[in-house]
Every structure is written in structure tokens, then in C-alpha cells.
Design a protein around this ligand. Structure first.
Ligand code: HEM
Length: 186
């Protein structure tokens, strides 16, 4: 699963070497890795609602890999952004502090870090299931910031970020309705 998820990174590397990324390869790679990070984060959040609705168990088994891949592409996206800005801390800091579009992207990545670090079973044991679950609700904040970042980042057509926002809203609603029903029954 994780190996399969690294295929887009390999394709990106190959495209960069063969010149298939066009006149501004770093910019193109930033856009592609950003999209991959957001799509994988949304897919990881779709696993639980899908299991709730269908009773299938396989979504729960791939959730962690999808989340870790989302973080991997988020980090790659950030590294490419740093490359684009000459790895100059002062310029990057100014950008993060002064451009809301960059601030929310940065915040989304920062929120994804504790989730990636506590994605293993050992972390569930150490934190206790309820604390772990509460911590991982941050994924919804991270995806919300990711969608906002996407919305602010696109220049013309806002349809793709709007679709992303609607998908996230539906996933969140399914979770909320299901957990309210479970609580009402108990
Ligand atoms: C350190 C954090 C981040 C920085 C500095 C950053 C920066 C950027 C930049 C400079 C762009 C290109 C904008 C443009 O030229 O049109 C971009 C686009 C994008 N980023 Fe980020 N980003 C960060 C984190 C994230 C994260 C965590 C996600 C996903 C969860 C994400 C998702 C996206 C998406 C979806 C796009 C738009 C792609 C497109 O228009 O096709 N970014 N980001």
C-alpha cells in the first residue's frame, strides 16, 4: 500500500528528469504534491465513514497508510516550496507570517505532524484509546485548513476546492450523525 502510494513521487522524479514538468518544474511539482497531500488526507478521512456505512473492514486497514502518505506528500510539498524560495529562512518566515494562504498551509502541515507520529498501535496503547481518538480529531482541522489553503491558492476556477470542501463536509456529517445515533442508543 505505502509502496504503491510512492508511485506518484517516482513519476514526478522521472518527469522532472525528462523535462516533462514544463518550463517551471518546481512550481508544477509544488502543485502536484499539494494536490496529492490533500487527496490522500481526504481519502484517509473517508475510511471510517465508509466502514460505518458499509460494514466493510478493509478501509480501516488502509487508513494509517493513507494518512502517512498524505503527510509524506505534505512534507515533500513544503520541501519543494523551500527549494523554490532558495531555502532562505527569513523569506519563508515572512511568507508564513504575512500571507494567510501560506499560514494556513503551514498550520495544516504542523497539525499533521503529531498525527503521523502517533499513527502506530503503540501510540494508541501509550495515550489510551480515548485520548488518541481525541488527538486524531485534529485531522479534520488539518483537512479544513488544507481546503482553505487550496481555495486561497487557486487563481481562477474554484470548482476543485469547492468539490474538496463538499466531500469533507459530507464525511464529517456522516461521522457526526453516526456517533450521535450510537450515543443515543447507549
Ligand atoms: C508548509 C506548508 C505549506 C506551504 C508553504 C505550501 C505552499 C504552497 C504553494 C506555494 C502552493 C502553490 C500556489 C500556486 O502557485 O498556485 C501550494 C498549493 C497547494 N497546496 Fe500547499 N503548502 C503547504 C502545505 C500544504 C498542505 C499540508 C496541503 C494539503 C493538506 C497543501 C495543499 C495544497 C494544494 C491542494 C495546492 C493547490 C494545488 C493546485 O492548485 O493544483 N499544502 N501550496
Amino acid at each position: 500500500m505505502v509502496v504503491g502510494g510512492l508511485v506518484p513521487a517516482a513519476v514526478l522524479l522521472l518527469d522532472a528528469q525528462t523535462g516533462a514538468l514544463g518550463a517551471n518544474p518546481v512550481q508544477r511539482a509544488i502543485l502536484q504534491t499539494g494536490l496529492l497531500a490533500l487527496a490522500l488526507l481526504i481519502l484517509s478521512l473517508a475510511c471510517t465513514p465508509l466502514r460505518m456505512l458499509t460494514g466493510w473492514t478493509w478501509p480501516a486497514r488502509i487508513r494509517k497508510a493513507l494518512g502517512l502518505l498524505a503527510f509524506f506528500y505534505g512534507v515533500l510539498h513544503f520541501l519543494l516550496y523551500l527549494l523554490d524560495h532558495g531555502f532562505t529562512p527569513a523569506v519563508v518566515l515572512e511568507d508564513v507570517l504575512e500571507r494567510p494562504f501560506v499560514t494556513v498551509g503551514f498550520a495544516a502541515l504542523v497539525l499533521m505532524l503529531p498525527l503521523a507520529l502517533t499513527s502506530g498501535r503503540g501510540a494508541v496503547r501509550r495515550l489510551g484509546f480515548q485520548n488518541w481518538q481525541r488527538l486524531h480529531q485534529l485531522a479534520y482541522v488539518a483537512v479544513g485548513l488544507g481546503v482553505l489553503h487550496f481555495w486561497w491558492g487557486v487563481k481562477k476556477d474554484h470548482t476543485p476546492p469547492l468539490i474538496a470542501a463538499l466531500v469533507v463536509a459530507v464525511l464529517f456529517a456522516v461521522r457526526l450523525i453516526r456517533s450521535r445515533r450510537t450515543r443515543a442508543r447507549s
